[in-house]
Ligand binder design. Structure first.
Ligand SMILES: O=C(O)CCC(=O)C(=O)O
Length: 271
C-alpha cells in the first residue's frame, strides 16, 4: 500500500482548495488501500462502533459511524499509515497535522435520506482555519448514488450555521450558536453548487466551513461507501462548546486553548 500520494498535488490544486473550499483529487490512493478499507467497512457495517448512528427511516441504510478508528484496527491502519496525513498537510500548508476524528458514511441503494446542507466546523470542539476533511469514496459515485455537493467559496462567507441533526432531531443542537441553515435547496439555482462524478479511490478535500450536502442514493444497485477523515493544522486549538456531540470514543485529555497534540488527537505529520 502506498505511503505517499501516488501523484504530486500541484500548487494550483492547493490554491483551488483555499479559493473554492473544496477540491476533487483523483488517483492518490492505490487499489490496495481501497480494498483494505472496503473490508474494514464491511466489518463495521456488521459491528458498528459505539458512536454509530443509523439515519435511514424509510428503507435502504444510511450508517454514520463516528470515531470508530480508535476501536477498529483496519480503519486505524488507514488513519496512521495511508497518504491521508501528508495530503492534509500539503493542502493545509501546515508544518504539522493532527488527526481530529473519522466518520464512515455508507448510504446503500434505495436510501431516500439526503445528507442535509451543513458546515462541519460548528459541530467540532476546535478553533482555527487549518481544518479539512478527506472524503474518500470506495465506490464509483454520481449525484444519483449520493455524490457530495458543495457551495463554492461558502467557507469565505464569514457565516457560521448552527449544526443540524442528520437524523432530523430538531432539538439536538438547539443550544449551539449560529444562524439557522438557510434553505439552500430552494436557492440552489442562484448558488455555485458543484459536484463531481468520482471513481473509487478519488477523494474530495473540503474546508470545515464549506457548505455541503448530498441527495439520497436513488439507485437500486450502486452502493455508496465513503470514509471521511478530519485533519487539523498549525493554527488549531481545542475549543469545545456546550451542546456539541462527542466525536471521539475516549474523552479529550487537553484543556480549552491548548493545541490538539494528545493520544486522542494524535500528531500524524510529519511522520
Ligand atoms: O457522506 C455524506 O453523506 C456526508 C459527508 C459529510 O457531510 C462530511 O464528510 O462532512
Amino acid at each position: 500500500m502506498n505511503v505517499h500520494p501516488l501523484a504530486p498535488i500541484s500548487d494550483a490544486q492547493v490554491d483551488a482548495f483555499w479559493h473554492d473550499g473544496v477540491a476533487c483529487l483523483r488517483g492518490l490512493f492505490d487499489a490496495d488501500w481501497i480494498e483494505h478499507l472496503r473490508e474494514a467497512v464491511e466489518e463495521d457495517l456488521a459491528h458498528p462502533g459505539p458512536l454509530a448512528r443509523e439515519y435511514a427511516k424509510k428503507g435502504g441504510r444510511f450508517l454514520g459511524d463516528i470515531g470508530a478508528w480508535a476501536v477498529k484496527p483496519g480503519l486505524r491502519r488507514y488513519v496512521e499509515q495511508s497518504p491521508a496525513a501528508e495530503i492534509a498537510a500539503r493542502l493545509l500548508k501546515s508544518n504539522k497535522v493532527n488527526f481530529l476524528y473519522d466518520q464512515l458514511f455508507v448510504k446503500e441503494p434505495g436510501t431516500a435520506e439526503a445528507t442535509p446542507w451543513h458546515q462541519d466546523g460548528p459541530y467540532w470542539p476546535v478553533q482555527g482555519n487549518q481544518i479539512l476533511s478527506i472524503w474518500l469514496t470506495l465506490d464509483d459515485v454520481t449525484l444519483e448514488s449520493s455524490g457530495m455537493e458543495y457551495i463554492l467559496g461558502s467557507h469565505r462567507w464569514g457565516k457560521e450555521y448552527r449544526p443540524v441533526s442528520f437524523a432530523g432531531d430538531t432539538e439536538m443542537y438547539k443550544n449551539l450558536p449560529g444562524e439557522a441553515v438557510p434553505d439552500f435547496e430552494a436557492m440552489r439555482r442562484e448558488l455555485p453548487v458543484v459536484n463531481w462524478d468520482m471513481s473509487a479511490g478519488d477523494c474530495l478535500v473540503h474546508h470545515c466551513m464549506t457548505v455541503h450536502g448530498a441527495p439520497g442514493n436513488s439507485t437500486n444497485d450502486r452502493r455508496r461507501r465513503a470514509y471521511a477523515t478530519r485533519w487539523t493544522g498549525d493554527d488549531v486549538v481545542f475549543a469545545p462548546r456546550e451542546g456539541q456531540a462527542a466525536i471521539t470514543i475516549a474523552p479529550p485529555t487537553i484543556r480549552p486553548g491548548e493545541p490538539l497534540d494528545s493520544e486522542v488527537f494524535p500528531r500524524l505529520w510529519p511522520r
